[in-house]
Structure formats: structure tokens, C-alpha cells
Design a protein around this ligand. Structure first.
Ligand SMILES: Cc1cc2nc3c(=O)[nH]c(=O)nc-3n(C[C@H](O)[C@H](O)[C@H](O)COP(=O)(O)O)c2cc1C
Length: 196
């Protein structure tokens, strides 16, 4: 795939194309926007890890991931509800970075429904007896012990409300970079081309 953003595109067109590719990331198994790098902080250190993009809404502008409520990233977000989400499309050479505020849903109707809709493979991930990151007693690798009955107790939805989006299209004819700012409702309040 060649570049997605062309020099003659307006900021509005660029925004639409990026949103379209984010949606493809949710819907298509092999789209590079299926996974993104989520960075959080405990206040002194920053941690980054891959997560799967699960949901997107425009109003407000939210990108959502699923996780285990016991994981370190949730502790970070409970204390400092700010995150950076980084997407990279290697063949199109397109980088998308967002700054977002995070909200956590757990043991509510929406998270229970999303858990019910997840695959059996997915359900396993949220039903280990030990919390993610717990040290194993053994010196040999052993698969994680699972609870007898699976439920949605540890399943959480992380909603990232986007307030800044930075789009960089790499190109031999000159890189193209745009910045977008969003309000609480997801309305784009500022869009501009910037020096790459
Ligand atoms: C491709 C890929 C996708 C992943 N998707 C998720 C995910 O959607 N949710 C999640 O909690 N962890 C996911 N992980 C595991 C995380 O990267 C991480 O190892 C784990 O969540 C523990 O992170 P933490 O201790 O920083 O909370 C994924 C890992 C990879 C390599």
C-alpha cells in the first residue's frame, strides 16, 4: 500500500481518512491499526505496551481497549488518567499519535456485555487466578491457573477520550504532518498543518 495522505488533501480529508483507518483497525484482522502502543505513567516512569483497538466513537472522540482491571496500566490510569496512543501503518508509512484522558469501566452493564460478546479465548485472559504481572513460584514456565467459573469481574474497558491527534505521513516528496484538537464532545476545534 502506498501513502494514504496526499499533498493536496485538506485537513478535513486527512481527519476523515485517519478515522476510516482506525475503524478498519477494529473491523479487519490484519489491519495495522488493530494494535496500538498505549503509554501511561505512574508519575515518575512511563510504561508502553501493545493493546488491541476494540471500539471507536466520534462524538465524543473515544478509542477503547479491553484489559484486566488488576493490570499495572489500570493502576497508572486510576492515579493519572492520561494516556498516549500510538498507531503505525508500515506499508503506508503513516503514524497517528493521540493524547487522551482515560475512563475505566468495570462491573457495569457495558463491560459485562462486552465480556459476554468476547471470544472464549478472550474470556480466558481475564480469568486467571493470579493478577497479570504476579511472580510465579516455579522456576519453570507454567500456564496461568484459571478460575473454575469465568466471569466479567476482572474485565475492564479503557476509554481514551482524544483531545489531541497528530498525524504524520512519511513521503519521499516531503512529509505531511497535521494536528487536530478536540473538545469534550468530540468536535474538532482546531486543525492545522505543521512542520514535520
Ligand atoms: C499484539 C499485542 C496485543 C495485546 N493486546 C492487549 C490488550 O488488548 N489488552 C491488554 O490488557 N493487554 C494486551 N496485550 C498485553 C500487553 O501488551 C501487556 O503485556 C499486558 O497488558 C500487561 O501490561 P501492564 O502490566 O503494563 O498493564 C497485548 C500484547 C500484544 C503483544
Amino acid at each position: 500500500m502506498g501513502r494514504i495522505i496526499e499533498p493536496n488533501h485538506s485537513t478535513g480529508t486527512i481527519e476523515k481518512m485517519v478515522i476510516d483507518h482506525l475503524n478498519r483497525g477494529i473491523e479487519r484482522k490484519n489491519h495495522p491499526f488493530k494494535n496500538f502502543v498505549l503509554s501511561t505513567t505512574d508519575g515518575s516512569m512511563v510504561d508502553s505496551r501493545m493493546v488491541v483497538l476494540r471500539e471507536h466513537t466520534n462524538e465524543p472522540f473515544i478509542l477503547a481497549a479491553y484489559t484486566d482491571i488488576r493490570s499495572a496500566k489500570v493502576d497508572h490510569l486510576k492515579n493519572i488518567p492520561k494516556a498516549s496512543c500510538l498507531f503505525w501503518h508500515p506499508s503506508a508509512k503513516l503514524q497517528v499519535r493521540v493524547n487522551a484522558s482515560a475512563m475505566i469501566s468495570n462491573r457495569d452493564r457495558r463491560s459485562k456485555q462486552a465480556f459476554a460478546d468476547s471470544t472464549s479465548f478472550g474470556k480466558v485472559a481475564y480469568n486467571t487466578i493470579d493478577a497479570p504481572g504476579s511472580l510465579l513460584d516455579d522456576f519453570e514456565w507454567k500456564p496461568a491457573k484459571l478460575r473454575d467459573e469465568f466471569d466479567a469481574d476482572y474485565f475492564a474497558i479503557l476509554d481514551f477520550k482524544v483531545y489531541h491527534m497528530d498525524v504524520l505521513q512519511l513521503s519521499r516528496e516531503g512529509h505531511i504532518r497535521t494536528k487536530f484538537t478536540y473538545d469534550e464532545t468530540g468536535k474538532c476545534t482546531d486543525a492545522a498543518f505543521v512542520t514535520p
